[in-house]
Each structure stands twice: as structure tokens, then as C-alpha cells.
Ligand binder design. Structure first.
Ligand code: PSU
Ligand code: MN
Length: 311
């Protein structure tokens, strides 16, 4: 995959372009979590807060979305506001990007589209909440997020709190193994559970510092081979996690409601996340945000280690 070089279909903001040219740390941020994953009006405040967290950690945020057919790497305040407030904004996976570009559509980008656009712009580190993956019921509906496929062929480091707990987590971990995606826990031996500190499943490798993560990235490049990703799985702090009993109860209700109402495809993830927010009285939202904040901070530290001497 061509990683750098200007593309007329992708516009990188001046600030991000300058940071990349100077070799300064840059962190890509996705927007589906803003437009489809969080309730309004909190979502706009979160979008601004996440950018601020990146800046405070000494890196430049590159929030990514498609506006009027143009893929934007680095949004100004008006653009960010559109992503958070515009009605009818699409949810764009990688496969939707050519359609959005040709038809001048606007949409938020998922992990698959964001990872692709970030890598094309020359950005190596990306933060999100929880990855998409293999849905429960995959044996019949075949619903596996395009996030997994993109991470198998994109040289990017994604800092996340594991995969969303609404998914079939063991099946998702198996797919990541099969597709050759490198996975490590950050200061943990168990794979994080998104809203929960642990999914209850083990993770084989453990990283202790941002410098170690940067060393893995350098090793990926030195080894060569398929341009796959590195997933740094960073758990939500114990004290900020959702009560596991509440989590399991409301998730069971959410899955039952989705089945009853026939929710499928792109709509299923936003439906389940929203059900959890309402069913837990907002507690899942706080856990989700705590996870994202931690991921953004760690991503900035990894981007700094990556940009620093020795890389
Ligand atoms: N992380 C969150 N909230 C979200 C997402 C991630 O904390 O809403 C989004 C990401 O954009 C991810 C998408 O790519 O959910 C997965 O959607 P799907 O299952 O339809 O592939
Ligand atoms: Mn899907």
C-alpha cells in the first residue's frame, strides 16, 4: 500500500501536514464514535476534549471525517461541529470512501476508514474506544466488522480498550490471530473488555512503556512483510469500569432488543451502544469515555516515543 504522497481525494490540514513534515508526534482520531457512538450534545464536548488531551500530551490531533466528498485529515472547529451535530451524517467504512468521494457525501469514519486515511496521510498512531469485530451470531449472519480486515493490511498502531464487549470477543481474538494482526496488552495480561477492565481472556504479550510499543513498531518495519497493524490493548482503569453485573444484565437486554427489532448491519453497533447508555443510566457512557481518554493519552505518548530519537 502506498503510504505517503499527496492524494487529491484526501486533504490534510496545514497543522497536521507541518507536524508530519517536522517529524513531530501526531495522533489520528476517528469520528464514528462522535457521530454514532455518543449522545448529543455531549459528543461535541468529547470531540474537543480528546483533541485537547492529545495537545496537552505534546502531540497534534488529526481527527478524520469526510465532508462534502473530501476526506479530511485534521478538522477545524467548524468541521468538528458538523460531525457532531449534522443530521443524516453517514457512517463510512473503508469501502464507502470512493462512493462518498464521487457523490460528494459527508460522513464519519469508522476504524477501518480512519486507519486507511491516517496511513495514507503518513500517520502511524491512532486512538479509539473499542475496535469493531466479530458479532455474536456470526455463524448465521456473517457480521464481522471491516475493522479487522483493514488492520490486517494497514501499517498503523491502534490504541484501544480491546474490542467492544457487545461482540463475540473470543471469535474476534481468533480472527485477529488468523489475519496476522499483532496484539499486545498494555500493562495487563488479560485482554481488556472495553467497558470492563478485563474481558476474562488472556493476551499473550504485554508492553510496559510507550517506548516498548515504539520498538515493536520499528521491528514491524524492519521485518517487513504484510503491512499489518499493531493493536495496543489498554484497559479502562479498574475504578472507572462499568459494574460487571450491570454490564452483563443490560447487554443481554440490548441483544434481545436488537434481535426483536431486527436491527442488523451498520446500525447494530450504534443501537447496542445507545441501549447500554440508557439501560445503565449513563454509567456505560462514563466507562466508555474513561477508556477513550486513557487510549488518547497513551497514543500521544506512543506517538512521541515513535517520533523521538532512535526511530
Ligand atoms: N469505539 C467506541 N465507540 C464507537 C466505535 C468505536 O468507543 O462507536 C465505532 C468505531 O468507529 C468502529 C465502529 O469502527 O464503532 C464499528 O462499527 P461496525 O461494528 O459496524 O464495524
Ligand atoms: Mn458489521
Amino acid at each position: 500500500m502506498q503510504k505517503t504522497g499527496p492524494s487529491p481525494a484526501i486533504r490534510t490540514s496545514e497543522e497536521v501536514t507541518e507536524a508530519l513534515a517536522a517529524g513531530s508526534p501526531v495522533v489520528a482520531l476517528e469520528t464514528t464514535i462522535i457521530s454514532h457512538g455518543l449522545p448529543r450534545p455531549r459528543n461535541l464536548r468529547v470531540a474537543l476534549e480528546l483533541e485537547e488531551l492529545v495537545r496537552r500530551a505534546g502531540a497534534v490531533p488529526a481527527t478524520i471525517a469526510v465532508l462534502d466528498g473530501v476526506a479530511r485529515v485534521g478538522l477545524d472547529k467548524d468541521m468538528l461541529e458538523r460531525v457532531a451535530t449534522e443530521d443524516g451524517l453517514r457512517k463510512l467504512g473503508f469501502r464507502d470512501l470512493p462512493l462518498a468521494a464521487a457523490l460528494s457525501a459527508s460522513g464519519a469514519t469508522t476504524v477501518s476508514a480512519t486507519a486507511f486515511l491516517a496511513a495514507r496521510a503518513g500517520i502511524r498512531v491512532f486512538a479509539t474506544g473499542g475496535l469493531g469485530g466479530v458479532h455474536r451470531g456470526w455463524t448465521t449472519d456473517q457480521d464481522e466488522s471491516a475493522d479487522l480486515d483493514m488492520l490486517a493490511k494497514t501499517r498503523i498502531t491502534v490504541v484501544c480498550a480491546g474490542v467492544k464487549s457487545i461482540l463475540d470477543v473470543p471469535a474476534t481474538l481468533q480472527r485477529l490471530e488468523t489475519r496476522g494482526v499483532t496484539v499486545a496488552g498494555y500493562r495487563t495480561d488479560s485482554f481488556p473488555g472495553f467497558y470492563l477492565h478485563s474481558s476474562g481472556l488472556p493476551v499473550d504479550w504485554r508492553l510496559e512503556t510507550p517506548q516498548e510499543a515504539a520498538a515493536v513498531m520499528r521491528a514491524q518495519d524492519l521485518l517487513g512483510g504484510p503491512e499489518s497493524a499493531l493493536i495496543v490493548a489498554n484497559p479502562v482503569p479498574d475504578g472507572d469500569q462499568l459494574d460487571p453485573v450491570l454490564h452483563d444484565r443490560v447487554l443481554a437486554e440490548a441483544l434481545a432488543a436488537a434481535a426483536r427489532e431486527g436491527v442488523t448491519g451498520q446500525a447494530i453497533t450504534p443501537f447496542l451502544l445507545d441501549f447500554l447508555v440508557r439501560g445503565t443510566g449513563g454509567a456505560s457512557l462514563e466507562a466508555n469515555l474513561a477508556a477513550v481518554r486513557g487510549n488518547v493519552r497513551l497514543a500521544a505518548a506512543i506517538a512521541a516515543a515513535w517520533a523521538g530519537p532512535g526511530s
